[in-house]
Ligand binder design. Structure first.
Ligand code: AMP
Ligand code: GLY
Length: 425
């Protein structure tokens, strides 16, 4: 009997290309579909023009095509309850339920959850009333952090140096509704300092398995300056995070978070990704994400040594406790090539060349993010266009390999940070 599974991957960015690339290596992977995918995923399987947030459309497709397994990767379908909708119909899907995904989709929920369960995080208050929030701001120390509670495309956090800036942020979120309903409730919190790191763990609800540590570079400009983006580059593992610190993070953050979610009847299945700040008082949780990070995943998939489909099955079936997830003893990095102007206005449909040339070095894989085919020509189709990933014996080697390959790739307006990871080599 054919034991190959047909698989649908929801999403269309670099993370989805990287997960698809890894899944395709499994001997059990059958045909892959991506909704909506990009020009990179089109080479691994078939892109279907259903939006990641069109839950009914996705359900119809999966039933019609008799898909065996669906991987829900982006935040918005998870927040909308894609996992619940699939489970209700008896369909196999990887990802947290809507209730569990609140860890990411509602900052008010996650902050109260952390407070209730004594998980280390910044001091905070939540507000749904503008006047009360504004009054609270007047007496807060500076800088102060103002966050829209709901999803806001990674742009709902303002670090205000003055009361006036904080007041304006509050007005934008609560009165002008620049994030729509995402800003109905706000979190006002204490400003933390220290290096920021990304932690990921597979969780079957009870058992978990930590990934190596990683770091994203969220600002557009070198030296961590300028506007926040979806992420401009990642490295893993981090030279400054030793096994003692990983154990502390496991014991004080990952394990108690998952246990508390289970105790509240919201067992977390999928990938838990807490963003941490390593403060002088120890690691503190800046936020939870209920999914794989992007571009962390492009780096992680280069290091993962175990069949991803086997891990996905163990996560869904609750057998992660007896399962050994292996990582290659290498370093990896991903450098994002973006459209000029991102994260503000940028142009699309610029022809892209040189990917094959860059991939002649077998340590390089170029993952597609915002790309599409226009009349057979590969063109840009988003702010973050490509993720150039490299592996090496050391982080220095991985970064050198990536930065040597990048000049072979070109499109009009190409922009990338030249300082990813350079603090650590
Ligand atoms: P978040 O979406 O909550 O991760 O916030 C986006 C970015 O804002 C984070 O990656 C941090 O760099 C920064 N940030 C968020 N909360 C704080 C805080 N309490 N103190 C300092 N920086 C913060
Ligand atoms: N690496 C940023 C994110 O996935 O949210």
């Amino acid at each position: 009997m054919d034991n190959k599974q047909t698989i649908l991957i929801i999403g269309g960015g670099g993370r989805e290309h990287a997960v698809g690339w890894k899944v395709a290596q499994s001997p059990r992977a059958g045909k892959l579909y991506f909704a909506p995918g990009n020009a990179g995923t089109a080479k691994l399987g078939e892109n279907i023009s259903i939006k990641a947030t069109d839950i009914d459309g996705l359900l119809d497709f999966v039933k019609k095509e008799k898909i065996d397994l669906t991987l829900a990767l982006p935040d918005d379908p998870l927040a909308l309850g894609v996992v619940d909708a699939f489970q209700k119909e008896g369909l196999r899907i990887f990802g947290p339920t809507k209730a569990a995904a609140q860890l990411e989709s509602s900052k008010a929920f996650s902050k109260h959850f952390m407070q209730k369960h004594n998980l280390p995080t910044a001091q905070f208050e939540t507000f749904t009333d503008f006047e009360k929030a504004d009054e609270y701001l007047k007496n807060h120390s500076l800088p102060v952090v103002v966050k829209a509670s709901g999803l806001a495309l990674g742009k709902g956090v303002v670090i205000a140096q003055t009361y006036e800036e904080a007041h304006e942020a509050l007005e934008n979120m609560m009165i002008k509704k620049v994030f729509g309903e995402g800003g109905t409730e706000v979190v006002i919190e204490e400003f933390l300092t220290g290096p920021e790191i990304s932690i990921h763990a597979f969780s079957d609800g009870k058992n978990y398995s930590l990934f190596p540590s990683a770091q994203d570079h969220k600002r557009i400009g070198e030296g961590n300056t300028g506007l926040n983006t979806g992420g401009m580059g990642t490295i893993s593992p981090l030279p400054f995070v030793d096994s003692a610190l990983m154990e502390k993070i496991e014991k004080e953050i990952v394990a108690p978070t998952l246990a508390a979610m289970a105790s509240e009847g919201m067992s977390f299945q999928g990938v838990l990704y807490p963003g941490l700040m390593l403060t002088k008082d120890g690691p503190k949780i800046l936020e939870y994400n209920a999914r794989f990070g992007d571009p962390e995943t492009e780096t992680y998939m280069r290091l993962l040594d175990t069949d991803l489909l086997d891990i996905v099955d163990a996560t869904i079936d609750g057998t992660l406790g007896t399962f050994d997830v292996k990582w290659k003893p290498l370093s990896a990095c991903t450098i994002i090539l973006a459209s000029g102007g991102y994260p503000e206005k940028y142009e699309k449909e610029k022809p892209i060349s040189g990917i094959e040339e860059a991939e002649k070095n077998t340590d390089i894989i170029v993952f597609h993010a915002g790309t599409t085919l226009k009349e057979g020509v590969l063109v840009t189709n988003g702010g973050r266009v490509l993720g150039v990933s490299a592996t090496g014996v050391t982080l220095k080697e991985a970064l050198q390999t990536a930065y040597e390959a990048i000049p072979k790739i070109s499109f009009e307006g190409i922009y990338y940070r030249k300082d990813i990871g350079d603090k650590y080599i």
